[in-house]
Design a protein around this ligand. Structure first.
Ligand code: FAD
Ligand code: SIN
Length: 513
């Protein structure tokens, strides 16, 4: 089948992809290629909300300052300023599409939540299912737009290049085999890399495909070592890694060890609302010190009605495993949550490859530095996808020559499963919250071995799960290489063999509160 042409190709249907698609559709026909159903994305699972300085006592300057502090000195200040200044308008735009956010009782102002690292209440939310509401509104909007074609179960395997420029992509269709599309511009909006680890809040689509697609065509990738672990995911055999939003701590939830002590007093004066890297590392240290499998999130001092109103999804899900947050402490552990690094872009979402844009979690815009501030991710997806769509008008249409394509090397699913399990184990053991020189070297060797094994296995019918394995191996190498090269402890990167950074060592005494 010859390539089909669209003005723009969007890869991914989370908040970044669909925001871009809606704006780009004003300029010409757009195709959205997404590897599962339209709604399936990290976006759909977002709980806490979207950060924006819209409160009376707030300002973009304060949001900027909090973002820079959380980023531990490695943010790009221009990107941060752009993000926080655009935030209120981005929220208004989402609301204009029909996304419903909680309001104060006077029905005029947004109800603003609090999360770690924020100096003001500034999280616009829809109870504890903000992402679901945002994705619902976006799905409705794109389905109504006549200039947007949507292709579900369309797994993009390769970017098409001509004379150093990206001119389209190839995708795997279960029934029709390989299909290709050409365009004036392609945007990667493929989300995160959570499936590199055994325990992650991310859904199964988060296999770092965008990073691998970009790396294969030589795009610049950066900061992959800054892998964010969310401090509080459920520790329960039936529902491992279900997120318990940081907004719980914003509403007064506290962290306790099994002896009942509020151990955050020993780690940071901001206690449970310190930036995420600090809280996750403190939990990790506490579990190691007391040799326990988890710590506890305590909401029992909050009124049952308050908990049920703010966190209906969490209450419902916990009920399923016999826990009642107004009565029981919730067992929690950190789990992989977000990839701060990715494909390098400028403020307009342009990558280092002409014709190729990136936005959302797959992109490294510079706004997160060494650690992302809570609820800045949905915001980044919105703001930078919009900027990329605006920049599209400057893109000229390339004259496309006929290209021929082969299948990407695939292996049997059973072999892919073995490789993926081994990779997840390696990443979890050696490239987690606390790293060591020896572990990083071991991880590097293991990923090289698994990559060779993948290459040496005989060709099998094209299989999404298998090609995802190859993508994960490429991303893993990037994370490990970045971690080995980063010879200083900063933000989310913590190598215990380097000098101990201030604030990382627990004090000795514990005073239960
Ligand atoms: P995604 O929403 O992940 O979308 C990626 C899309 O790309 C998907 O549709 C996927 O199917 C598609 N795709 C991937 N690879 C391919 C391929 N090869 N071919 C075709 N399609 C492909 N952030 C906040 O700011 N606030 C929060 O409250 C918050 N809560 C969170 C809670 C959870 C449980 C999780 C997992 C994340 C949370 N985050 C939150 C982070 C935030 O949700 C994500 O970073 C953000 O949604 C990413 O949006 P995105 O559009 O970049 O990617
Ligand atoms: C959460 O609700 O705790 C997640 C927020 C985020 O990842 O920004």
């Amino acid at each position: 089948m010859p390539p089909q042409h669209f003005d723009t190709i969007v890869i991914g249907s989370g908040l970044a992809g669909l925001t871009f698609a809606l704006d780009a559709a004003k300029q010409g026909p757009v195709i959205v290629l997404t590897k599962a159903q339209l709604w399936e994305s990290n976006t759909s699972y977002a709980q806490g909300g979207i950060a924006a300085a819209v409160g009376e006592s707030d300002s973009w300057q304060l949001h900027e300052q909090d973002t820079l502090i959380a980023g531990a000195g490695l943010c790009d200040p221009a990107a941060v300023r752009f993000l926080v200044q655009e935030a209120p308008a981005a929220i208004e735009w989402l609301a204009s599409l029909g996304a419903q956010f909680d309001k104060e009782t006077d029905l005029t102002d947004w109800a603003l939540g609090m999360e770690g690292g924020h100096s003001r209440n500034r999280i616009v939310h829809h109870a504890d299912r903000t992402g679901w509401e945002v994705e619902r509104a976006m799905n409705e909007a794109v389905r109504k737009e006549p200039n947007i074609t949507i292709l579900e179960n369309a797994f993009v395997t390769d970017l098409l290049m001509q004379d150093g420029r990206c001119i389209g992509c190839a995708m795997q269709d279960r029934d029709l085999g390989i299909r290709s599309f050409t365009s004036r511009a392609v945007i990667l909006a493929t989300g995160g890399a959570g499936r590199l680890y055994q325990h992650t809040t991310n859904p199964r689509i988060a296999t770092a495909d965008g990073v691998a697609l970009a790396a294969r065509v030589g795009a610049a990738i950066q900061d992959m070592e800054f892998m964010q672990f969310h401090p509080t995911t459920l520790y329960h055999p039936q529902m491992r890694s279900f997120l318990i939003t940081e907004a719980v701590r914003g509403e007064g939830g506290t962290l306790r060890n099994h002896q009942g002590a509020r151990f955050m007093y020993d780690y940071d004066e901001r206690l449970e609302l310190a930036p995420r890297d600090i809280v996750a590392r403190a939990i990790d240290a506490e579990m190691k010190k007391l040799q326990t499998w988890c710590v506890y999130l305590d909401m029992t001092h909050l009124a049952r009605s308050h908990i049920e109103r703010h966190f209906p999804t969490i209450v419902e899900r916990l009920k399923g495993v016999g826990l009642e947050p107004h009565k029981n402490w919730i067992p929690v552990v950190p789990a992989q949550h977000y990839s701060c690094g990715g494909v390098v872009t400028d403020l307009n979402g342009r990558t280092s490859i002409p014709g190729l844009f990136a936005a959302g979690e797959v992109a490294r815009t510079g706004v997160h530095g060494a650690n992302r501030l809570a609820s800045n991710s949905l915001l980044e997806a919105l703001v930078f996808a919009k900027a990329a769509a605006s920049a599209l008008s400057g893109e000229s249409a390339p004259k496309i020559k006929p290209t021929s394509l082969g299948n990407r090397h695939s292996i049997l699913e059973a072999d892919a499963l073995r490789i993926r399990r081994s990779l997840e184990k390696t990443m979890t053991e050696h490239v987690g919250i606390v790293r060591h020189n020896r572990g990083l070297a071991q991880a590097s060797n293991r990923v090289a071995e698994l990559t060779q094994e993948y290459k040496d296995l005989p060709e099998a019918p094209p299989d999404v799960y298998a090609i995802e394995a190859e993508n994960l191996l490429i991303a893993a190498k990037s994370v490990i290489d970045g971690a080995i090269a980063r010879q200083v402890n900063v933000g989310l990167h913590y190598n215990a063999d380097l000098d101990i950074a201030p604030g990382h060592q627990p004090k000795t005494s514990i005073a239960p509160k």
